[in-house]
Design a protein around this ligand. Structure first.
Ligand code: KG4
Ligand code: ZN
Length: 358
């Protein structure tokens, strides 16, 4: 049996991750190792990611993590068929660290270098663990992106909705900062919300009545800020705001998914139940996962989530996208430049800030 093994490197934000994934000719996919190191201590005093510090932290550990990933995979460097790295979108400093390291390895091992779009990594991450046929509808909810994309097949993606301002993870992080919960915001809000009353506060549902699959989260954050104004931020207050915030998010996601499903059906001439893959850091949220699953029948779809470790940034999804590219001879030259902005759908226009002129 033929086996392909690719090493994947992820350094686009505040997670340094290296993974080895293998695919055999019978289609079987196995994660041999997936080492992830966060940078909590580096950024926690700043309430968010400091790009320069992130890049330095990546460069300090990337070689060590790579050795651990190889050792844990129980392979030798010579067993690798290609080296893949996130080449965008993301913070430029981190992207340079990851791609330069990957290119150096590739040239030393005389194997192809593969530049992977981070969003493609998230989009395909579900396939590491589940067999889902194309086409499927992707709801990507991460720290930098929030969008609906029709995944027609590998390398054929059409965006059908996006955020006009903040990404959903960003809204979690900013709300957590307003509540003095700290960084990273998403998991802290989730934890706090388990002790709160989800019906205590009513937040706006931006763009909910508009006939599209677009999002806007900046108004939601402002509404949280207004609720906080002149209030004593007690533990109970934090928990009630967090729970109400999460409940609002589920309402927005469900309504917009309903619209996106109609567009998906038109685009793909689909008449069956739609597979909706929710990926990216926010998809790790247990409350959101559970709530969407409970409500899937209402909108005639089936939600799928990667396991939690594969929702947040990881090298395995980059290695896997690398395998799919390697199989199609889609490697890159060593002068490939990282792309801080790199849409998954090449024809999609940049929408942030468009709401004002819409
Ligand atoms: O996909 P990801 O790891 O990185 C990007 O590509 O952006 O997503 C990070 C985002 C952060 O905004 C983080 O707060 C959010 O995902 N996040 C969560 C949870 N875990 C991570 N948001 C809500 N609940 C969580 N449990
Ligand atoms: Zn990500």
């Amino acid at each position: 049996m033929k086996i392909i093994r690719v090493l994947g490197i992820e350094t686009s934000c505040d997670e340094t991750s290296v993974s080895v994934v293998q695919k055999s000719s019978d289609g079987n996919i196995k994660i041999l190792s997936n080492i992830v190191r966060g940078q909590l201590d580096v950024h926690k005093d700043f309430g968010g990611v400091v790009p320069e510090l992130a890049a330095r932290a990546h460069s300090e550990i990337i070689d060590k993590i790579t050795l651990i990933a190889i050792r844990q995979a129980k392979i030798k460097f010579k067993d690798l068929n290609a080296i893949a790295a996130t080449a965008g979108p993301g913070l430029l400093g981190g992207l340079i660290v990851g791609t330069v390291f990957a290119k150096t390895m590739a040239s030393a091992l005389k194997v192809p270098f593969i530049a992977v779009n981070h969003l493609e990594g998230h989009a395909l991450s579900i396939l590491l663990e589940h067999k889902i046929g194309f086409p499927y509808l992707l709801l990507l909810v991460s720290g930098g992106h929030t969008e609906f994309t029709v995944i027609k097949k590998f390398n054929s993606y059409k965006r059908i909705g996006t955020t006009l301002d903040d990404a959903l993870g960003e809204a979690f992080d900013k709300t957590a900062r307003l509540l003095n919960l700290g960084y990273p915001g998403g998991p802290l809000i989730e934890k706090c919300a388990t002790r709160g009353d989800p019906n205590k506060y009513k937040f706006p549902l931006p763009l909910i009545h508009e006939n599209n699959s677009d999002f806007s989260f900046s108004g939601l954050k402002s509404s949280v800020a207004q609720n906080i104004l002149n209030k004593k931020i007690t533990e109970k207050f934090k928990c009630d705001i967090s729970a109400s915030f999460q409940k609002t998010i589920v309402e927005i996601l469900l309504k917009k998914t309903q619209h996106a499903i109609n567009t998906f059906n038109n685009e793909t001439k689909n008449k069956k139940t739609v597979n909706v893959v929710v990926a990216g850091g926010v998809a790790a949220n247990q409350f959101i996962r559970g709530s969407l699953e409970n409500l899937e029948k209402d909108i005639n779809c089936k939600f799928h989530f990667p396991s939690q470790k594969l929702c947040t940034d990881n090298g395995a999804m980059i290695a896997y996208a690398g395998i799919e590219r390697y199989e199609r001879d889609l490697s890159n030259k060593l002068n490939f430049k990282p792309r801080p902005r790199w849409p998954l759908d090449k024809k999609a226009i940049f929408m942030k800030g468009k709401r004002i002129n819409a």
